[in-house]
Write a protein that binds this ligand. Structure first.
Ligand SMILES: Cc1cc2nc3c(=O)[nH]c(=O)nc-3n(C[C@H](O)[C@H](O)[C@H](O)COP(=O)(O)O)c2cc1C
Length: 363
């Protein structure tokens, strides 16, 4: 099987990627205390991952509003200073001929309740190790959807290429979608599949209205068990959701789905029958697949799936030159889990150097 598919250009929204390997969102807690990407760290961290021109980076999960977050040193995109911080990141990435979307989230019930004490969700089912959430009122649900659109406009104001709505891993959009967390509402946002999907689809609509479908994307993880998620049978809910995305928003930049072999920041053992294929077949646009990709299975995926990109998380953290290393078949530097989330530390964030073998050809 040839490597060609992985290294061919692909049009994604307004961008033309140089190849089919992307950097997915990875939370790192290196921001300033007010949620601004650190000017000495973040522009370098992101831009050095664009060694090969036309690389798509999806920046780490970012608070849509002051009440959407709760993690210290993770970014926001609602204050002027945060927007300025993101502008520095966008400029550095574009100078390297890369592209950058930012993932936007509202933690909902995953908010630890330390920084922001108002912990809310689709219902009142508690996330392990988190405070019991209160159920959002119908009017509040509509306000929460609008916050994503404000974040989307701010992302464009910062010069970023677009936004990825975090619909995965048990955060607010996922909390509405799945019946494990949305099992007691009686309004139009709870009960039936159509009702549980309504919030996520309204978020997409609001963002599309704000910045255009080709700068909006969404990430989903029907199979992930992280934050005590995963419905008994995720297929009917997520098939409906993807079908609606295709029907209402065929022009989205991409749909991003986490493979059943990945949980959140780790591997998991899939259930029998788990597969992203039925969803991918419903979506006619660009599809990003993430979780557990190696040089071998990434090559195979690209060769056998048209219009797709693979996203590589943990190994891209420790290999800023990952795309070139894959292409040149060089060994990867192992990642160090103990430095994934060390607040504000330079160690494990910057300092991974490009391979000597790439000198001259790539840098
Ligand atoms: C340190 C770390 C932080 C992560 N943060 C996020 C995040 O902010 N948003 C998200 O959707 N996924 C997040 N993930 C999941 C990754 O995007 C990716 O799906 C996962 O690492 C599986 O891919 P891999 O096997 O290539 O590492 C994170 C993973 C890691 C390791």
């Amino acid at each position: 099987m040839s490597d060609d598919a992985l290294y061919t250009a692909l049009k994604v929204g307004r961008m033309t990627l140089g190849h089919r390997i992307a950097f997915p969102p990875v939370t790192r807690y290196r921001c300033d205390d007010d949620g601004t990407p650190n000017a000495d760290l973040a522009p370098q961290y992101y831009s050095e991952r664009c060694l090969v021109p036309g690389t798509l980076l999806i920046a780490e999960a970012t608070d849509v509003s002051a009440t959407g977050g709760g993690y210290i040193n993770s970014p926001g995109i609602y204050s002027e200073r945060q927007i300025e911080g993101w502008r520095k990141v966008a400029d550095a990435v574009h100078a390297k001929k890369g592209y950058i979307f930012v993932q936007v989230w509202n933690l909902g019930r995953v908010n630890p309740g330390t920084k922001d004490k108002d912990v809310f969700s689709a219902g009142t089912v508690q996330c392990p190790d988190r405070p019991k959430p209160r159920m959002l009122s119908t009017a509040e649900v509509k306000e929460k959807a609008a916050e994503y659109a404000t974040a989307a406009k701010n992302a464009i104001a910062a010069g970023l290429d677009g936004i990825e709505i975090h619909g995965a891993h048990g955060y607010l959009v996922d909390q509405f979608l799945q019946d494990v967390t949305n099992n007691e509402r009686t309004d139009e946002y709870g009960g039936s599949i159509e009702n549980r999907a309504r919030f996520g689809l309204e978020v997409v609509q609001a963002c599309v209205d704000a910045i255009g479908a080709d700068r909006v994307a969404i990430r989903l993880s029907p199979f992930s068990r992280v934050q005590a998620m995963r419905m008994a049978d995720p297929f009917p809910t997520f098939l409906y959701f993807v079908e609606q995305l295709q029907e209402r928003f065929p022009g989205l930049a991409y749909v991003h789905m986490v493979e059943p072999r990945a949980g959140g920041n780790n591997d998991q053992i899939p259930n029998e029958g788990d597969s992203t294929e039925p969803f991918r077949k419903l979506w006619k646009g660009v599809w990003i697949s993430a979780g557990g990709y190696t040089p071998e299975n990434a090559k195979e995926y690209a060769a056998t799936h048209e219009n797709t990109v693979v996203a590589i998380g943990r190994n891209f953290i420790s290999n800023p030159d990952l795309v070139a290393k894959f292409k040149e078949k060089l060994a990867l530097t192992s990642y160090d889990r103990s430095t994934f989330y060390t607040n504000k530390a330079k160690e494990g964030y910057l300092g991974y150097t490009y391979a000597e073998e790439l000198r001259g050809k790539y840098y």
